[in-house]
Design a binder for this molecule. Structure first.
Ligand code: BG6
Length: 488
């Protein structure tokens, strides 16, 4: 792999500690980092290289998925880390950083390939990108890449503004927008499953599929993120990005051989075909909820508006469910039901494909006990693929019973989302990053929903903490003759 300097803004932050350093360490253990690799950690605090390295080492002990106990290995890993104090607005600081980076590149005789990872609030993206350009950090002979994380904007307009500003310093192919759901091994598998398995491919359309259900439920509440979350809500925090990305990945129809351009082009086609809602119609297809007090795993928890930092009159959504239709040749007529929320009964991300029942006859005596065929993808925290089929019940003549066949039970020791994504960004492979076109189309779909929420055109439905969300989310499916699977 090409020599790389990994320039990390926000090096003393939480994400760096919990995700980025452990991910880099696991890549190191697997021999998946470039031979010539240096990390320049940047932050406001003054730290020596030694203290920074010690902090990085501690984060491995605390958060690495594989035990970090071999001190020699840990030291070898952390010796690639340097620290630089930097004030985000000061171009001089970037120039000093450039000097240090150039020295290090010369020492290692390494090409000036630089990856800038912005693990900081989005309000700093623009300034950082601009300063990288002004200081000359981004204009060496090698390549440069910018890795950023959501939120990409607060609504359609602010997302466009942000993109416009970033594009002055980085070309689209140099921008790697992380959506960590795209790094989850099962999400990455979905595409290949469909592409490489004629059996699945043959079933993948409105001919056989009745509906698709995508759930990402969480048991946690707002945690310590009141300031951010109360402005974002479930719609911006999860729906606009992770949920719509899962929809695109699932619905995409790919040719047998496909490049990252093809994948992105086809995902864009899916998102373009999703029928948009008019603001005044949002309430018929979208349910907006907020948790009330309840209990999670037997522990009582407070309602959203009693959470520290949340105003008692907050109308913020902590739950959203929606019915979407993709108006294209493959999916016309198949509803996609999507829901996500905080303080729900279980932590799970799951996709359920419900198949049609063309043979079902209402008066048929032979069909007692049958249920629809289902294909179930458990995405996280557990991974798995299960098929539900009907078999004869040997003990009850004339009766059928459903059985669930585990097709795949996940892979032990699978890399974490951040490992996959950092690896791909080091390789310059954009397949599992969100292209601007997808982000913009997702905002376009969400924009009338945001407006309808703001203008209270969609009632805010309370739901008890520890439940599966408001009853109206069940009614959304019941209106079409379906129900959410596996709400127990
Ligand atoms: C983040 C959201 O993007 O995803 C959080 O900001 C949410 O609010 C998290 O908790 C969920 O991720 P995961 O991987 O635990 O499902």
């Amino acid at each position: 792999m090409e020599a790389t300097t990994f320039v990390l803004f926000g090096a003393t932050g939480d994400l760096a500690k919990r995700k980025i350093y452990p991910a880099l360490y696991n890549l190191f253990l697997d021999g998946k980092l470039p031979q010539s690799f240096t990390v320049f950690g940047l932050g406001r605090r003054t730290l020596t290289d030694e203290t920074f390295q010690a902090n990085v080492e501690q984060s491995l002990r605390d958060f690495s998925r594989r035990e970090a106990s071999d001190e020699l290995l840990i030291k070898r890993f952390s010796s690639a880390f340097r620290y630089n104090v930097l004030d985000i607005g000061h171009v001089d600081d970037y120039e000093k950083l450039l000097n240090r980076i150039e020295q290090r590149e010369a020492e290692l005789q390494a090409a000036p390939n630089r990856l800038f990872y912005l693990s900081v609030g989005p309000e700093f993206f623009e300034t950082i990108a601009e300063r990288i350009q002004q200081s000359g950090l981004g204009s060496a002979d090698g390549w440069k890449r910018l890795v950023i994380e959501k939120p990409f904007g607060h609504d359609l307009q602010s997302a466009r503004d942000l993109n416009e500003k970033l594009s002055k310093s980085f070309a689209e192919e140099e921008v790697f927008r992380i959506d960590h759901y795209l790094g989850k091994p099962m999400v990455q598998r979905l595409e290949a499953l469909q592409q490489e398995n004629p059996v699945i491919q043959a079933l993948w359309s409105n001919r056989y599929i009745a509906n698709v259900q995508i759930t990402a439920s969480e048991t946690v509440g707002v945690e310590e993120r009141a300031g951010y979350y109360d402005q974002a809500g479930a719609v911006r925090d999860m729906f606009q990005n992770h949920m719509l990305q899962m929809l695109m990945v699932l619905a995409v129809q790919l040719p047998h051989i496909s490049t990252s351009e093809k994948v992105r082009f086809k995902k864009k086609m899916v998102m373009e075909a999703v029928e948009t809602l008019q603001k005044q119609d949002v309430a018929t297809s979208v349910v907006r909820g907020q948790y009330r007090a309840g209990s999670i795993n037997g522990q009582p928890v407070v309602g959203y508006t009693s959470e520290p930092g949340i105003d008692a009159s907050s109308m913020n959504d902590t739950f959203i469910a929606a019915r979407l239709q993709i108006d294209d040749f493959f999916w016309r007529g198949v509803p996609f039901y999507i829901r996500t929320g905080k303080r729900m009964k279980e932590k799970t991300t799951r996709i359920v494909i419900e198949f049609k029942e063309p043979l079902q006859h209402p008066s048929s005596e032979h069909k007692k006990g049958t249920v629809p065929n289902l294909l179930i993808f458990e995405i996280s925290p557990n991974e798995g693929i299960t098929l539900q089929i009907n078999t004869k019940d040997a003990k009850n003549k004339g009766q059928f019973k459903p059985v669930q066949i585990d097709l795949f039970a996940g892979q032990e020791d699978a890399p974490e989302a951040y490992e996959n994504l950092i690896f791909d960004s080091l390789h310059g492979d954009p397949t599992f990053f969100a292209h601007w076109d997808e982000v913009e189309l997702a905002w376009q779909w969400v924009q009338p929903v945001l407006e309808a929420f703001e203008e209270n055109l969609v009632p805010l439905r309370p739901y008890e903490a520890g439940s599966y969300g408001p009853a109206e989310a069940d009614a959304l499916l019941a209106a079409d003759g379906y129900h959410w699977w596996f709400d127990t």
